[in-house]
Write a protein of this length. Structure first.
Length: 265
């Protein structure tokens, strides 16, 4: 058993944000194929999820619900209702059947100017509507794991501050995505991932939230087995565009999740 604390009672998570790569028709086809894979080979102890564009959420919920494929949103408004043209509230996302919502991704920060305060407000918005925020964190430049941990812990504490101030301590998923690994040819090295994510788990072990830690950033086949003692799953990018590749990661996760459940007994 690993010395790294695990998120007790939290299943292993394997999911993908499709960003703005797919048409609605392709998204639906992807969801159906993944649902077929899950139906044919259920992965006990693994929660699979997909985060499509907003208009595709209802179809993905309809397809995914019978087989346990959870659905999330790529963004959330800081406010619950009002004259906020183009925004989508947490209330509507929950109404549609979303379980997760991605918050604080590096692209939202870089392209749309999201600040730490905005990220914290969005985490708060997610939690007050019963959604699980996937809080994306990561250091900008390649650096020693100790320095990376310090920066990422700062981002986590900042991201949770508004919800905590309001007395909300709901479930949260921390997606560790070093910015220098996003879109790279290879993910961060397994030793770096293990050191950083193990430290994040230790930091969160005493937190009031039910927290899990997953890794993203050019994640692909073969990685999970090398870091499974320090993470609770993977957040996949372009590798998962092929549903069969997504299924291959689920196949990797299933025995690891089963072993984790056995060790927890």
């Amino acid at each position: 058993m690993s010395d790294s604390p695990t998120a007790e009672g939290v299943p292993m998570l394997v999911g993908s944000s499709l960003k703005m790569y797919f048409s609605h028709a392709r998204t639906v086809a992807w969801a159906r194929e993944v649902a077929d894979l899950l139906r044919a080979k259920p992965a006990t102890g693994v929660t699979a999820f997909v985060i499509p564009q907003y208009p595709s959420i209802p179809a993905c919920v309809e397809i995914g619900a019978p087989v346990g494929l959870a659905v999330g949103a790529q963004d959330i408004a800081t406010e619950d209702e009002g004259a906020f043209t183009g925004e989508v509230s947490g209330a509507v996302l929950a109404e549609l059947g979303c379980r997760f919502v991605e918050v604080g991704h590096a692209e939202r920060r870089r392209l749309f100017g999201e600040t730490d305060d905005v990220v914290a407000a969005k985490v708060f918005a997610a939690q007050r509507h019963g959604l699980v925020p996937i809080l994306c964190v990561g250091e900008a430049d390649r650096q020693d794991a100790t320095d990376a941990v310090a920066e990422v812990v700062r981002q986590i504490e900042s991201g949770l501050a508004a919800a905590r101030a309001a007395g909300l301590h709901g479930e949260v998923v921390i997606a560790y995505e070093p910015l220098w690994a996003i879109g790279a040819a290879e993910p961060a090295g397994a030793p770096h991932i293990r050191r950083v994510c193990a430290a994040l788990r230790s930091h969160l072990a005493g937190a009031p939230e039910k927290a899990s830690v997953i890794y993203g950033g050019s994640a692909g086949p073969g990685l999970l087995g090398n870091v499974a003692d320090a993470v609770d799953g993977l957040f996949l990018g372009r590798f998962a565009h092929d549903p069969r590749a997504f299924g291959a990661i689920l196949d990797e996760a299933a025995p690891l999740a089963a072993r984790r459940l056995e060790e927890a007994r």
